[in-house]
Design a protein around this ligand. Structure first.
Ligand code: 13P
Length: 246
């Protein structure tokens, strides 16, 4: 069993005070012999937190990046700016970015290329809506998202986040996750041949301290992308412990 990855996506949460308090509560409890842990605070906290987590095994990720290295892109942040701060991972194509910022598969793919070129590990998100799952179109949707969002030679992480499970407290069932993992793995192998066997797949969507152990023990689930529960140190640490045991 390879080392699991637990990623905390803080979304648009975290003043300086909250962020420091949360990270202080994690420091010392996240150890190098446990799962890989990456926190993704908002851009505004990355610089400050980089020095806080630097001596610890906690990795730092961003929640998005631009596809260019620099230039006239008001309000955007480039991959090079992230690596400059010591950031190692970047979440791309989260459904909230796809929905609120109109990001298309093509945009996500271009960002994934730029991120990898800068030395970041992209965590590319895919996931179906509730309507797509209810109408049985979820595998088609996921298949298209994978084809469109993952560039040739992709060597990052894939995150399966059903949109209906995000922030709802209603995680996908273990059966739904297991069946979707099988489908995603087949698609990855179809697209990337041998390399598709080693791309890690995370599950995200209402992962919490109660359901983490069963979700993380599903075959081929390499870890979790955690939203709400990553903002509470105790819950996040429980999820990390569940990953150690998985
Ligand atoms: P929740 O864990 O709050 O459902 O969020 C999941 C998510 O979107 C992580 O990227």
């Amino acid at each position: 069993m390879s080392r699991q990855i637990i990623v905390g996506n803080w979304k648009m949460n975290g003043t300086t005070r909250d962020s420091q308090a949360l990270v202080q509560a994690l420091l010392g409890k996240v150890t190098a012999d446990g799962p890989e842990v990456v926190i993704c605070p908002p851009f505004t906290q990355l610089g400050l937190l980089a020095s806080t987590v630097e001596p610890s095994p906690i990795g730092l990720g961003a929640q998005d990046c631009h596809k260019e290295v620099s230039g006239a892109h008001t309000g955007d942040i480039s991959p090079a700016m992230l690596t400059d701060l010591g950031v190692s991972h970047v979440i791309l194509g989260h459904s909230e970015r796809r929905q609120e910022h109109g990001e298309l598969d093509e945009t996500v793919r271009e960002k994934a290329v730029a991120a990898a070129k800068a030395g970041l590990t992209p965590i590319v998100c895919v996931g179906e809506t509730e309507d797509q799952r209810e109408s049985g179109d979820h595998f088609d949707t996921l298949g298209w998202q994978i084809k469109g969002s993952l560039p040739d030679g992709f060597s990052g992480i894939l995150a399966y986040e059903p949109i209906w499970a995000i922030g709802t407290g209603r995680a996908a069932t273990t059966e739904e996750i297991a069946e979707t993992m099988t489908f995603l793995r087949e698609e990855l192998i179809r697209q990337f041949a041998e390399a598709g066997k080693t791309i890690k797949i995370l599950y995200g969507g209402s992962v919490n301290d109660k359901n983490a152990a069963s979700i993380l023990s599903i075959a081929d689930v390499a870890g979790a992308l955690v939203g709400g529960a990553s903002l509470k140190a105790e819950a996040f640490l429980s999820i990390i412990s569940a990953a150690s045991a998985a």
